[in-house]
Design a protein around this ligand. Structure first.
Ligand code: SF4
Ligand code: SF4
Length: 235
């Protein structure tokens, strides 16, 4: 219904499924029927995705967004025909760029896993309304995208501080936190989508969740050592 609903993950999925090009058509900017102006979100998502594509070695011209009304059939046909020809000229995804197919798949999978994190970190820019195409290239820069991936934040529960209140496990949207009553909680880094919820909800009196940027996450505490023996019970 709305181009604003086209998530970054959808575009990455299309490329991951082997599409050589992705086209998104939206209503003209400032002519959205809703106060949300979803077409600006779509534009910003495309600008971000194009920079991400460059970062992993894909030609960003494989992704295009155009704005038009439903009455502009001829324009639509022209744009699609031009884009189709362009994608044909670019050749098969990855192969034309000299990227090994397995490597490309794993890069796209890695980035797809980070989509919630990317959207969180870039939420202000993703919500911006650019006035003119001259501003498009400045919204996201090459260095910024490099930093985005080199400084990815991981979340870690400090076993010395965790009091097994279970708040984080209940709120984690990815079921990535292993724990239970009287058990020190542990984040399954494979499942974690880096949304930061656990960091936000861990009670301030515990502050057991820490952010780790650009450094390895300590290994999880062994299962035998996870039980918390409360002082009252000990006595
Ligand atoms: S950051 Fe925390 S809440 Fe979010 S997915 Fe990872 S473990 Fe779960
Ligand atoms: S919210 Fe904090 S104290 Fe509570 S279980 Fe999670 S990490 Fe431990």
């Amino acid at each position: 219904m709305c181009s604003g609903r086209v998530d970054l993950a959808f575009v990455l999925r299309a490329f991951s499924n082997g599409m050589d090009g992705v086209f998104i058509g939206g209503c003209r900017l400032n002519e959205c029927n809703y106060s949300t102006h979803g077409n600006y979100h779509a534009l910003n998502m495309v600008l971000l995705c194009r920079k991400i594509m460059e970062h992993i070695g894909l030609n960003p011209e494989r992704l295009r967004i155009e704005f038009m009304t439903s009455g502009e059939g001829i324009l639509f046909a022209e744009v699609m025909s031009e884009f189709g020809n362009k994608v044909n000229k670019l050749g098969p995804l990855g192969k034309a760029e000299g990227i090994d197919q397995n490597e490309l798949k794993s890069k796209l999978a890695e980035i797809t896993k980070l989509v919630p994190y990317i959207k969180l970190v870039k939420k202000e820019k993703l919500a911006s309304r650019l006035e003119s195409p001259e501003e498009y290239d400045k919204l996201f820069t090459k260095d910024e995208i490099g930093r985005l991936f080199s400084e990815v934040i991981s979340y870690y529960i400090d076993p010395e501080k965790c009091q097994a209140c279970m708040t984080c496990a209940k709120r984690c949207p990815a079921e990535a936190i292993v724990g239970g009553k009287n058990l020190i909680h542990v984040i399954d880094q494979e499942k974690c989508i880096k949304c930061g919820t656990c960091f936000e909800v861990c009670p301030p009196k515990f502050r057991a969740v820490t952010e780790i940027a650009g450094a390895p996450v300590p290994p999880p505490i062994s299962e035998e050592k996870r039980t918390i023996v409360r002082k009252s019970k000990e006595s």
